[in-house]
Design a protein around this ligand. Structure first.
Ligand SMILES: C[S@@+](CC[C@H](N)C(=O)[O-])C[C@H]1O[C@@H](n2cnc3c(N)ncnc32)[C@H](O)[C@@H]1O
Length: 236
């Protein structure tokens, strides 16, 4: 039995709520520029949570591939990817207030209009707001590793959550994960390999795709001497 399967979905949900609460409590200080970006840009680029399906084509004003990013942090990589892939639209979700302000600020500075920002628990958004087959891609870059053994069960990438995510992908869509924590990389590979509807784009770990720049947490991990593992799986 794999480690993540030792826990019932109910236990995982309780642990998940605990991890979200700890993020909200730990969240840093919002700068004046980040707050101003929220005040001025939220009406145009922010998306409020609603417990019913949202039509992403209407939100973005065009019919094209939509990519969900979970946990964008300060949004630096999000904006860079959105600029590198202007033909796609990005739904970027995080619970961290200063990060939301920072992403909106960067969008204004970089004139990146193909992003919509949500400040909410991505698990609830996936469960309630996204229609099946509505996504062309999913990005989860450097999710919190919860490296202490007793906290491993708080990790985002576990079988029950991926089982909820995959129906949202259309056939041919991809899921791209990255981590600087080797033991989490092994868990990610094991979880994704467990889904018959997914095909690994590589033998195991993938070369970093050209669209993904270095993220803030990746740079921090490298300074600490960590390696980096990307995983790209495609839905059959
Ligand atoms: C370690 S940081 C990585 C940030 C960014 N991807 C990077 O590489 O710099 C993980 C981020 O995921 C966010 N996060 C964790 N669980 C989340 C959830 N359930 N819904 C939305 N955001 C979440 C945290 O707030 C945090 O900003």
């Amino acid at each position: 039995m794999t480690e993540q399967n030792q826990y019932s979905e109910q236990t995982s949900a309780a642990e998940h709520k605990r991890s979200i609460r700890s993020f909200v409590l730990r969240q840093g200080h919002m700068t004046a520029a980040q707050q101003r970006a929220i005040d001025t840009l939220w009406p145009q680029f922010g998306l409020d949570y609603q417990p019913q399906h949202v039509d992403l084509n209407t939100c973005f004003g065009r019919d094209n591939d939509k990519v969900l990013e979970i946990g964008f942090g300060m949004g630096v990589a999000t904006v860079e990817i959105a600029k590198r892939l202007p033909e796609k639209d990005f739904l970027a979700i995080d619970v961290h207030g200063p990060g939301v302000g920072n992403l909106l600020k960067l969008m204004e500075e970089e004139q990146a209009a193909n992003i919509r920002v949500m400040r909410h628990d991505a698990v609830e958004v996936v469960e309630n707001m996204l229609a099946d087959g509505s996504l062309g891609g999913i990005h989860i870059f450097f999710p919190d590793p919860w490296h202490k053994k007793r906290h491993n069960k708080r990790r985002l990438v576990q079988t029950p959550f991926v089982a909820k995510l995959l129906p949202k992908l259309k056939a041919g869509g991809y899921i791209h994960l990255a981590t600087d924590w080797e033991e989490y990389a092994v868990q990610m590979l094991e979880v994704l390999n467990g889904f018959e509807e997914l095909r690994n784009s590589a033998a195991d770990y993938a070369p970093t795709p050209a669209y993904r720049p270095e993220t803030k947490f990746e740079a921090r991990g490298k300074r600490l001497g960590h390696g980096v593992w990307d995983l790209v799986f495609v839905k059959k």
